[in-house]
Every structure is written in C-alpha cells, then in structure tokens.
Design a protein around this ligand. Structure first.
Ligand SMILES: [Zn+2]
Length: 271
C-alpha cells in the first residue's frame, strides 16, 4: 500500500493516488484533462486500475476530473452530492473552468454517499470520513489509517487563508475539531487540498492561526451588532481583520465573502 500526491498548476491543488495491489483509489483527481491524464498514467504504470474516486467537496477544482474515470465508483457526502444533483456544482465547474481557461473532460457525478463517522473499506483501505462543514455545507476529510494519512480538503492550507463561504460559525467548529485531532491523535502526513504535504505539527499551527482569524472576525462583527451598527459597518470591521497568511491575488474576493458571511450570521433574517 502506498500513496502519491499530484499538484495542479492552479492553486497547487492536491490530487491523491492510493495504490493497493491491482486497485487504485483517487482523491479529488484534477484539475485539467492533461493533469488528470498524468494521474491516470501513473495508475497504469503502477499496474493498477482506478476502482474508486473519493471527493472531499463539490467545488469545481475538486470535481473536474471525475468524468475521466467512468468505470470507478465516485463517493462523497450526501450534502456535497446534493450540490451536483441540483446542478449548481456542475454550473460552477463549467463557469470557472472556462474563466480559468482550463479544459476538462465532462460533468461530475456521484455514485454513492459516505456517511460521516461510518468507516468503510475502499479497495482494501480503511477510510474514516470526517465531516467538515463551513467551507461548503458538508465537505469530508478522509483518514487512511494504513497510510497514516489525513486528507483534509480545503482546510489547513499553508498558502491560503480559510474560505468560510458556507458558514464561519461552522468553519470554527471544523477547525476546533482539527486542533483536537492533531493534538491527540496526529497522523504522520496531512494532505491539504491546496499546497504540499504537511506534518501534523505544521497543520496544527495552521489550524490555530486560522481559528484565531475567524474568532477575531466574529468578535469584530459582534461588537458592531452590540453597538447597534449596520450590516455594512459589520462587513467593514470583519474585512479589516488580517487573514493569517497571503493567498494568490485572484482569491481576494474570498476575503470579502468571509466578512459578508460573518455579518450574515449576526444579522438575523426575519422568518
Ligand atoms: Zn479547492
């Protein structure tokens, strides 16, 4: 049993190949057709066949390579599968791939869902799916005990800040979970969705810095609410909180989105 990490030229996006004899499992194969073809070639070179594809979450840069493996069974959480079922994840894939000038093979699919906390055997690998809401509604991290590997999806990246596009409150809970896991039960390898493999110690430092950032944004926004301020003021204050690290300039909009989502969570909508 072994694994190998592949990196896209866009955002250092991670794809993983896990090989167990004649079977291979891919995590988030992507992004362009050419990059996915290189992964498929490595599988062939290993004398294996892709039997399963595991998807951390249904953002376009993580689902663009699914169509390259029509014979594999594709797994993700029910919440992320729903984004494919309702067409929204597929629409975003076509939109953003065109915008980035990236060619991909076809639309994504989900063949079966994984239940968080329910350990499954995938091609002989034990897989522990861990639910990670906040970036998206129901992303999964995957723990592979035989490989001492934890694939964390779009969290704990050494070269991005947290994108809490679904819910900052949920993202804080996810990070607190990672801090606990990395302290008490650290794996040897952590594979973030963007950036190189990390040690558990490095990932723990990233998780704590990311959690500090989200808490600071929350406190800044909560003060505006307590003082009777407006949503616009709250967004300004949340935006002023410095992210824990730089990201590529094309991701600047994500900082604004974080501030808007944080304000949304504190200005209750009438129902
Ligand atoms: Zn991503």
């Amino acid at each position: 049993m072994r694994f190998q990490r592949f990196e896209s030229t866009l955002w250092e996006t991670t794809s993983l190949m896990l090989v167990n004899g004649p079977s291979a499992v891919l995590v988030d194969p992507g992004i362009s057709s050419a990059e996915v073809a290189a992964i498929a070639a490595a599988v062939e070179e290993a004398g294996a066949e892709v039997t399963h594809v595991l998807i951390t979450h249904a953002d376009w840069d993580h689902i663009s390579g699914i169509a390259d493996f029509p014979k594999a069974r594709v797994y993700m959480s029910a919440a992320e599968a729903a984004r494919i079922d309702d067409g929204s994840a597929t629409d975003r894939l076509y939109h953003y791939a065109a915008q980035a000038g990236i060619a991909f093979t076809g639309p994504p699919r989900c063949d079966a869902v994984l239940v968080p906390g329910q350990v499954v055997d995938v091609a002989g690998f034990r897989v522990e799916p861990i639910v990670c809401p906040g970036h998206t509604p129901g992303g999964l991290a995957f723990r592979f005990p035989e490989l001492d590997l934890l694939a964390v999806g779009d969290h704990l990246s050494p070269n991005e800040f947290p994108f809490a596009s679904h819910s900052p409150a949920a993202y804080r809970t996810t990070l607190a979970m990672f801090v606990d896991l990395l302290q008490r039960d650290p794996p040897e390898f952590v594979a973030p969705g963007h950036g190189p493999l990390q040690s558990a110690d490095n990932s723990l430092r990233i998780a704590e810095a990311d959690l500090d950032y989200l808490h600071a944004m929350y406190r800044a926004t909560a003060r505006v609410v307590a003082d009777g301020g407006t949503r616009t003021e709250a967004i300004e204050r949340a935006f002023a909180v410095e992210p824990p690290r730089e990201a590529t300039p094309d991701l600047a909009a994500e900082r604004t989105e974080n501030a808007e989502r944080q304000a949304d969570e504190l200005f209750a909508r009438k129902v």
